[in-house]
Each structure stands twice: as C-alpha cells, then as structure tokens.
Design a protein around this ligand. Structure first.
Ligand code: ATP
Ligand code: MG
Length: 417
C-alpha cells in the first residue's frame, strides 16, 4: 500500500477562490521567510471531493517561534505540541510544524499506550503520522501541486478509507482513530478498507481508554455535523456504538429520531446543542430509572425527589463514557423535569415561562415521534410556546423603537410603505 516516493499532481483547474485570501497571504509570508507552506488534511480531501472545507490547516517546516515572527496576529497554543493560531477577522487559521510519531518501544505495555506525543519531523514523516491516506495530502497553493506520499489520491478516487501503516498498530496508538474512521465513512459515503474493519473488530475495546472530554468532542463531531443518521448506521454496523454507549439498543428509536432531527437542523443552519442531544440520548434511561425508583419507593416518596435521583443516576452512568459540563447537566436536569409538567399540562403559565421550555417541548416532540406519547399533546404546547429568544428580542427592540417617539412611529409607517 505504502508509496515511499511522493506522487506530485498538478491541479491545473485549481480555483484559488476556494481558499480565503488571508490564507494565501499567510503562505506567502512563510515562503518569503524561506519555509514550506502547504495546506494539509481534511481541506484538500474535501476540496477534491467537491465539498466545501470546514477549515484550512497549514503545515510548514518553520518552527513555532519562527512562524510567530513571520506572521502578524499569530499566537502559540498547546502545551504538548505547540501550534500557531493566526487570527484574521472572525477566522482563525491553524499552522503546524511538521512532526513525526515517536518510535514505538516494543513491549506489550507500549502497545496499549495512547500515543499523542510527537516531535518535529519533515514533510514525509508528517504524512506518515496522520491517520488515513485521504487525510495526508499536501497542497502547494502557489504551484497548485498536490503531494501524496501514501496513495491518498487513489483512495479518494476509489472512495476508500485506508489506514497509513498497519491499522492494528495505528488504532492501538490512538483508539479515537476508530471513531474517526466511522466518521469519515459516514460523512463521505466511503467504504472502509478490509484491514481497517478487521482492526476495528479486534481493538474496539480500547475505546474505553479514551479520555471522556476527547470522547465527547468526537461524538459531537460524529453526530452533530450533518451526517448523524449515516454515522449512527456505520457505528452500529461496526458494533462500535455499544463501546461508547452500551445501552443504545434499548433507546434506538429515540436516538434515530434525534439523529434525523439534528441532521435537519444542521442542513437548515440552526444551532445544534450538544447538551440537548446528549439529553435525548439519555432520556430512555432516565424514564426506566424513574420507573424502578418509583416501584421501590413510590408510596413513601416525593416524586420530585425521585426525579432528581433518577436524573442524578443517569448522569452518573453517562460519566463513564462522556464528560458533560455542569451547565449541560443542569440543562438536561431541567428539560427532564419539565416533561412531567408538560405531560400533565400542569402550571401552564409558569411552565411556559421556564427558560428551557422550548428545548423541553422539543424533547416532548421527540418522545412523540418515537411513539412514547400522544402527538396531540405536543401540538397543544407548541401552540402556546413562546417565540425563540432571538425573535423575542427582535420583537422587543422593534416595540421599543415604535414607542420611542411619535416621530419614530411615523417614520416606521413611512418606511413600511
Ligand atoms: P474535518 O473535516 O472533520 O475537520 P479533518 O480531516 O480536517 O476532518 P481534523 O480533526 O480537523 O480532521 O484533523 C486534521 C488532520 O489532522 C486530519 O486530516 C489528519 O491528517 C490529522 N489527524 C487528526 N486527528 C488525528 C489522529 N487522531 N491521528 C492521526 N492523525 C490525525
Ligand atoms: Mg479539519
């Protein structure tokens, strides 16, 4: 699989407008300083597939301190491996010095090591430390040339996800790569190379070693980036979902609907809340836990206390897999607690005033879609729910303008005509 001599392909019809002008300037400055400047990774993969890249990463042989000197508004970030963030208006461009994987020590222990430590290297070494061939292409913006050390161009053409080096070893070094493989398969509609599939089968248990914040970030990218339904399918086909969310089968209907909804929201440009999404994933367990607690203590206990206990237990359970910050936990607690009031049409005025009411009605709707409750209840609440916060703010502002003076009122009327 591995090609040691890089293949260089000129993209005659490369469209420079596909790249922000500030980035072209950044590359120019690096080159003027006597260094390499290449775009690398996902942006080239996406460009070559006709997709619009999410962000643009640059790789160079300049060291971080030098990059900072060459570029205005550039800051060194990261402790273990130092990267540069160059701010240009609202956009931040990431620039990284070429690095290589450290040589692995041949011991059973080192095999299980999660290796994220790196040292500086050259471009070839930088290519080989990356995860998949389609993610290791370099583009010289000035020459319009793609440099390919690992057969990524062919794999892009064949629409296949292939590991750089032995998949088994690469997944042992960093188990998150297994989830990344599923993510790219789902996002791009690519197939997984047989070696990658088999290495996932034999190493998936290592996902338990991934830190919870990293897992939360990966799951968010997997499920909340517009390809949640496809990701769910790939993750279940590979039996990977059970490693990150063991009880998912019991909640599959709710989860599937949550994925459909999140893809729709992403496509229509709406904000996606990961707290809401994880809440939807956990709802089923909360309802089950509440039932158990109710059976055990129902007669002698206050339902409010039981609900809090059930929510606490479920959040505790989820902590084994993902880490949710305090704000997200509070959010989940609120929308779960509101479900009972919504079911019973209780304290309508006060319930509608709750800051989380829109998300709670949203969850109610999801429950209706998975057949748990009557959809007419959702309609009842939706007719009464307050407008979105932005709409409310807009309305208040326009009311304020309207009231400010009789002249304003007149002006508004004139503008309308
Ligand atoms: P996306 O479009 O989702 O951002 P991406 O390929 O750009 O996809 P990033 O997470 O932004 O993914 O990573 C940028 C690049 O860094 C990747 O293309 C890959 O070359 C490399 N990379 C990221 N994570 C890993 C990893 N765990 N192991 C090896 N290489 C990685
Ligand atoms: Mg990226």
């Amino acid at each position: 699989m591995t090609l040691y001599k890089p293949k260089v392909v000129t993209l005659d019809d490369f469209d420079r407008n596909a790249v922000p002008s500030q980035l072209i300037e950044i590359h120019r400055r690096l080159r003027r300083g006597g260094h390499d400047a290449f775009l690398v990774g996902g942006c080239i993969r996406d460009y070559l597939l006709g997709l619009s890249p999410k962000d643009f990463d640059t790789a160079t042989n300049a060291r971080p301190e030098k990059i900072r000197k060459l570029l205005p508004q550039a800051f060194i970030i990261g402790r273990r491996f130092r990267l540069i963030h160059a701010r240009r208006g609202d956009t931040t461009f990431e620039i990284a010095t070429y690095r290589k994987e450290p040589p692995s020590i041949n011991s059973t222990h080192s095999k299980r090591r999660i290796s994220l430590e790196n040292t500086f290297g050259n471009q070839r070494e930088d290519a080989f430390r990356r995860d998949f061939t389609i993610n290791a292409l370099y583009l010289d913006l000035r020459r319009k040339e793609v440099v390919d050390y690992v057969g990524g161009l062919k794999d892009l053409q064949d629409r296949v996800i292939r590991s750089i080096g032995p998949a088994d070893e690469r997944f042992q070094e960093d188990p998150v790569r297994m989830i990344r493989a599923a993510r790219f398969a789902a996002k791009l509609g690519f197939s997984l190379d047989a070696e990658v599939k088999s290495a996932i089968r034999s190493n998936k248990r290592l996902l338990g070693l991934v830190s919870r914040p990293r897992m939360r970030d990966e799951l968010t990218k997997l499920f909340l980036s517009g390809h949640g339904v496809a990701s769910y399918q790939v993750m279940t086909d590979l039996n990977l979902l059970e490693c990150v969310f063991p009880q998912h089968k019991a909640a599959s209907s709710m989860i599937k609907h949550a994925m459909i909804e999140s893809d729709e929201r992403y496509a229509s440009g709406h904000k996606l809340s990961s707290a809401y999404f994880f809440g939807a994933m956990l709802w089923h367990f909360y309802a089950d836990r509440l039932q158990v607690l109710d059976n055990e203590h129902g007669a002698n206990s206050n339902i409010g206390v039981l609900r809090e206990q059930a929510c606490f237990d479920v959040l505790q359970m989820s902590r084994q897999y993902v880490s949710l910050n305090r704000e997200a936990q509070q959010f989940i607690l609120n929308i779960f607690a509101l479900q009972r009031r919504l079911e019973r049409k209780q304290n309508v005025g006060r319930t509608l005033d709750h800051p989380r009411i829109r998300a709670a009605i949203h969850l109610l709707e999801l429950r209706a879609k998975s057949g748990e409750i009557d959809p007419s209840l959702v309609e009842w609440w939706k007719k009464r729910q307050p407008a979105r916060k932005v709409d409310r703010r807009r309305k208040r502002r326009s009311n304020r303008n309207y009231r400010r003076s009789p002249g304003d009122r007149h002006r508004l009327k004139v503008e309308k005509n």
